[in-house]
Design a protein around this ligand. Sequence first.
Ligand code: ATP
Ligand code: MG
Length: 312
Amino acid sequence: MQPILDIADLRKSYGDGFEALKGVSLRIEPGEIIALLGPNGAGKTTLISTVCGITTATSGTVAVGGHDIIRDFRAARSMIGLVPQEINLEPFERVINTVRFSRGLFGKSPDEAAIEKILRQLSLWDKRNNQIRELSGGMKRRVLIAKALSHEPRLLFLDEPTAGVDVELRKDMWEIVEGLKADGVTIVLTTHYIEEAEAIADRVGVIAKGELLLVEDKADLMARMGQKQLDVQLSAPLEDVPEALAKYDLTLCDDGRTLTYSYDTRAERTGITKLLRDVSEAGLVLRDVVTRQSSLEDIFVGLVHEEEEAAS
Ligand SMILES: Nc1ncnc2c1ncn2[C@@H]1O[C@H](COP(=O)(O)OP(=O)(O)OP(=O)(O)O)[C@@H](O)[C@H]1O
Ligand SMILES: [Mg+2]
């Protein structure tokens, strides 16, 4: 299948010489939701701005639905919707007019049915004749989405759609995103909330200091996260794992003072009860039992940290 977005070795240096993107490559299939995670200043907005034609790349190529964003600017741009990180709305304009206006900017003919569908989908229909200044913060964010959808794009960028939004509204936003996906819209969102990526993304990308460090299926990441370790700390050190415990695939560490057991948190039977009973039957005396879990957050923090170490 032709990717909806194909970014190849994209580099961006700003006028002051700062290199905000250091050769990013990414292919996105139609219908995916992909979440880009990364610390402040990682280059997420720069990446999105470059794809959307707000800033120009220093080198590399971007194609949207097969249309090069430079050579075939209009075709590429008409397929893209952008919800910017900053709210930038005209306070005295009426909701429905801002959305109509955005559609017009793309040279699309007026289509009241399409506008109504978008406003209803975002629960803004009742507010269509209100002025922007009369809306709450969450409603304003939804107006930004309505504007971005006004020309019926196939690829929607959401730059931190839920920054500063309360938990309830965040969940509403997730539902909206799922609804758009069901309509066949491909979504790229940036976020600082790891649980947001967990909740809605099909794939997760981690970006730090202008480099895409990882892009992975969420399910695979979750499978890694599903692993948990149980450390059985012993009063007296062991030379080897006792024969009676051989079937558990334990590792002996900490100078023979800790037996480590890995298990899948999602499994019906983790085997912990049996293990602890067998440990005690083998005559070992426990000092303490500790569990550890690798989370998406650990993976994320670990990656970003490694990157910082390598750079220094
Ligand atoms: N117009 C500009 N001129 C010079 N440097 C810029 C410009 N815009 C962004 N940068 C720099 O590029 C880097 C990446 O910025 P960017 O806005 O892409 O980060 P981000 O990942 O979106 O961060 P955040 O999570 O804070 O939104 C930062 O160091 C920033 O200072
Ligand atoms: Mg940003």
